[in-house]
Design a protein around this ligand. Structure first.
Ligand SMILES: C[S@@+](CC[C@H](N)C(=O)[O-])C[C@H]1O[C@@H](n2cnc3c(N)ncnc32)[C@H](O)[C@@H]1O
Length: 144
């Protein structure tokens, strides 16, 4: 039997209304990636870093069999999804790393997903500018 994800149809770009109720467009990226690489097909435990609002978690919940371990973490609270454990935490901290190990039962996850991106809210232009400036400075400093 193939993965349940293989039978999910993607809406064409001209479809005005999404046919699935995923929380984010990112969900479709994960479906496509999994279609190509199949990393969720045999997974029984998945960790999703930077997972809010939860589109990838919804896809994982559809792809993995019942009883699988699916854990998502984000700085923002993730609305509950059946069969998924969610945590609020900063993935750069040891406290979050420890909480994620505990949530996974102390064993390695079969697949780790990561879609982290800064929350830039309404200040996108100024955030983008300061990030580009910081990277340029780092590059310049490296050349000294
Ligand atoms: C593009 S969104 C993820 C979308 C998600 N894959 C989905 O399918 O709904 C990026 C997320 O990264 C989170 N993020 C950024 N830095 C983080 C950090 N240090 N720790 C935890 N989450 C972080 C943001 O809060 C944001 O929700």
């Amino acid at each position: 039997m193939g993965s349940p994800l293989r039978s999910l149809t993607l809406p064409s770009p001209s479809t005005p209304v999404p046919i699935h109720s995923f929380r984010s467009r990112a969900a479709f990226k994960l479906i496509q990636l999994n279609r190509q690489f199949g990393f969720l097909d045999n997974a029984r435990s998945v960790l999703d870093l930077c997972a809010a609002p939860g589109g990838w978690l919804q896809v994982a919940a559809k792809a993995l069999p019942a009883g699988s371990t699916i854990v998502g973490v984000d700085l923002d609270k993730i609305r509950s999804i059946g069969g998924v454990k969610t945590l609020v935490g900063d993935i750069t901290t040891p406290a979050t790393a420890a909480a994620l190990k505990r949530a996974g039962g102390g064993v390695a996850y079969d697949a780790v997903l990561h879609d982290g991106a800064p929350n830039v809210g309404g200040a996108w232009a100024s955030e983008a500018y300061s990030q580009v400036r910081a990277r340029a400075k780092k590059k310049m400093d490296g050349k000294k």
